[in-house]
Design a binder for this molecule. Sequence first.
Ligand code: DAH
Length: 370
Amino acid sequence: MTQAAEKSETLSLEQLTQNAEAEISSANTVDAIEAIRVNYLGKSGSITSQLKTLGTLPAEERKTFGAKVNEIKNAVTDLISAKKEQLESAALNVKLAKEYIDVTIPTATEKQGSIHPISQVIEEITEIFARLGFTVAEGPEIEDDHRNFTALNIPENHPARQMHDTFYIKSDDKDKKYVLRTHTSPVQIRTMEEYKKTGKLPPIKIIAPGRTFRCDSDQTHSPMFHQVEGLYIDKEVNMGMLKGCLQEFVETFFGVENLNMRFRASFFPFTEPSAEVDIGCSRKNGQIKIGEGTDWLEVLGCGMVHPNVLKMAGIDPTEYRGFAFGMGIERLAMLKYGINDLRQFFESDSRFLKHYSFGSIDIPKLSSGW
Ligand code: DAH
């Protein structure tokens, strides 16, 4: 190539670059920048075409010319991607500004949702026990057979297993069977195991609200229902403390001072001794009134944690003892709010929710008084 020819080639590359730079800088949409990319760098783009001419050049010119075109190609590619990024982020900002919603503006009342009575009652229970120093623990709804039964002193072939109407889960694991947890009691085991694993020492003071499952369905049973478990482990825990704690709970929950409450001897495999807790009520014309009359109403189960349970979860029963309790949330909700058919909880009928509406913000009713 002659000097003149080389000069004109250089000029045209320079011109090309200048044109590209000008176009890129004035592009103001992502589509426009994409069109520029295709024009310069696409299959038959003008920079690409320059590269294609390389083969026709004499060997000695190929190197310098090739290097120059590549340099331009890289520079233009960088400019395009920087501009593209800038345009995309500007487009995103416009979109975000357009879609901005102030979630703090109250909705029209007719559009507001409301808290389901079950959630409301879980909040209330949690709040009461939080005041008494309990924290909330959780466990999985798919639980292993060991923690749901064996570790709770319900060995294989124990009659209590049949009473639980368990949903078993198919599993390839031969050594481990899984169930939908039939109660929240396995959270006791999980919590104690966690303490053991991490070397943390009692006191353990937890409640565990959550879903539970049994293969049973009629007016008073739902295959999915809710329970709250309670567990308190320390060196000096006794039945009197259990009774005091539950007395405080039932009085606050039902809003009745000096509510009559009694322990009735019972049996649970994981507690010894065990008791069912009744509260005083009246029954007139099919209506239950809590805190009145001379009748009794069962509300929960409890007892002193069985030494076998402590042992199986890695806690030394000669050093520590504990109390535990468990209650059905639907039952408590029905009693407190006068709901008489369990199935209503799960029908998602908005009239039911409206009727027992608790407002759209999850604040327990009890808070206001405290
Ligand atoms: N897990 C029992 C049930 O589902 C309820 C229960 C009773 C839990 C006594 C406890 C307890 O922790 O001490 O019927």
